[in-house]
Design a protein. Structure first.
Length: 256
């Protein structure tokens, strides 16, 4: 039987309507698995693949499946501690500059939607003036008038995201995953929930981030989130982190 990613690509190619398919497990292989449910859902002009993968219980493979979350968590803690040590001076410098160039707190804490649609508080270096409406930047009538004197630089360089190393350390976020939605981005939250993406830990960066970032319409962003859900692995995460570094250097995909 072809692998599940190839099946998804085939379904995407032949259908633009909702398709449901059930694939029974191959008991002769010596593996026990749940039934695999797959489908395609069309949202606007975008086609999003949906799949629930089988849970394999052979000793070695079952151990890997059960422990992949733990392995990712340990990697997140190690990388967050390492990044904090290496970037402590830039972090302190940015904090001082934010405080000196604009009245208000150094950090801006926003309510974000985390794993399982749980609300958590996410910190960023404040790039907007105090009193700016708590909505996505692209929804502001004139975002430029709300930026602090160094706000544009912080956002284009992604330095405003550095405090989220704290969110990774305490387990609210991961290095790689879908970017956490604002608490009031109901359309984004609804599509992610429909596609099963809400069960992923939100990330400092993600597959959608390096494929358009602020420029992506919400349905396309969710489609990329689903693609990450299907392809996630240690090596894929490393690839995303590397590509993110290139995007940051080039300031790609930042609207304001």
């Amino acid at each position: 039987m072809p692998n599940s990613w190839a099946v998804i690509q085939f379904l995407k190619a032949v259908s633009r309507k909702l398709l449901l398919m059930t694939i029974l497990p191959n008991h002769s292989s010596g593996l026990r698995s749940n039934i695999v449910a797959m489908g395609i859902v069309q949202i606007g002009n975008y086609v999003i693949p949906l799949i629930t993968l089988p849970y394999l219980t052979r000793t070695s493979q079952g151990w890997l499946v059960r422990n992949v979350g733990t392995m990712k968590r340990l990697t997140d803690i190690f990388l967050a501690l390492l990044a904090t040590l290496l970037l402590i001076l830039p972090i302190l410098l940015v904090a001082v500059l934010v405080r000196l160039t604009s009245p208000g707190p150094v950090l801006y804490w926003s309510d974000r939607v985390g794993r399982g649609n749980r609300i958590f508080r996410m910190p960023k270096f404040r790039s907007m003036r105090v009193g700016t409406p708590a909505v996505a930047t692209h929804l502001l009538n004139n975002p430029a008038i709300h930026l602090t004197p160094i706000g544009s630089f912080l956002r284009r360089s992604s330095l405003d995201e550095l405090p989220q190393l704290w969110s990774i350390l305490i387990g609210d976020m991961s290095f790689v995953g879908p970017r956490p939605a604002l608490f009031n981005q109901d359309d984004l939250v609804a599509l992610r929930t429909q596609a099963g993406v809400h069960e992923l830990q939100p990330g400092l960066t993600g597959w959608a981030q390096i494929n358009g970032r602020d420029e992506l319409p919400i349905p396309e962003k969710v489609a990329l989130d689903v693609e990450y859900l299907q392809r996630q692995s240690f090596w894929f995460d490393l690839r995303i982190i590397g590509l993110t570094a290139l995007k940051v250097v080039r300031s790609d995909g930042v609207s304001h």
